[in-house]
Ligand binder design. Sequence first.
Ligand SMILES: Nc1ncnc2c1ncn2[C@@H]1O[C@H](COP(=O)(O)OP(=O)(O)OP(=O)(O)O)[C@@H](O)[C@H]1O
Ligand SMILES: [Mg+2]
Length: 243
Amino acid sequence: MSGLLEVAGLQKRFGAIVVADDVTFSLDSGHCLGMIGPNGAGKSSVFNLIAGTIAPDGGTIRFEGQELGRLPPHLRARRGIVRAFQIPQPFPHLTVYENVLAAASFGAGRSGAGAATAALDVLATMGLAAKAGVLAGQLPLLDRKRLELGKAVASCAKVLLLDEIAAGLTEPEVEELVALVRNLKTSHAIIWIEHIPHALRAVADRIMVLHFGRNVLEGRPADVMTSRLVREIYMGFRADDVA
Ligand SMILES: Nc1ncnc2c1ncn2[C@@H]1O[C@H](COP(=O)(O)OP(=O)(O)OP(=O)(O)O)[C@@H](O)[C@H]1O
Ligand SMILES: [Mg+2]
């Protein structure tokens, strides 16, 4: 069975630093793959490889059955591979609506009434309709995160690459973001890098653990999060030592 996104044998190193060592996984729409691992494990680099901002040393990335090869980032985005970052970067002097409209127009190739309707739909989905006229630069953090996700959705994303988007939020805000991402999962494939375990547990179907660029464990969230290997990797000691 082939997935929407098929990553096989991905390899990448920066000198002595290995950021992807035979990374292999498959992902379909309606599913969320969580990605965890210590700082510097290579998580964001795997996103860079999928988004096309860095080139792999080896391996393949297939999207909708086609090998992406050296396809540049903007064409990957146009096909539906879209990233959302830890620090949202809207156009601060445009309104919320204008930001989403820009994504619906330039990101998704729509124009006129079609783009406007799509933008309004996205604002409603993301809970931003009441703030359509607010300048993006004046939004509080959670709303900037909503807008970041909304721009991705408006640009017709099929795969959402979410890199620590919950960072900086209060606990109740994390819960709101989790609800949003769960909702987006119904119509997208999602890979979510996050350091907040309960957020991933609430949304991810599977979790992959990256360590020195290697996928050392993949499984159901409850199993992965309570595994001895994850404890060892994060705590820096062997679980046997404290058993
Ligand atoms: N373009 C680059 N050139 C050289 N080294 C790089 C480059 N990009 C990343 N690295 C290095 O690769 C390693 C992995 O970085 P990466 O950002 O993928 O880690 P990460 O798992 O996302 O970590 P974090 O949890 O801190 O975000 C780090 O040591 C980083 O300094
Ligand atoms: Mg990172």
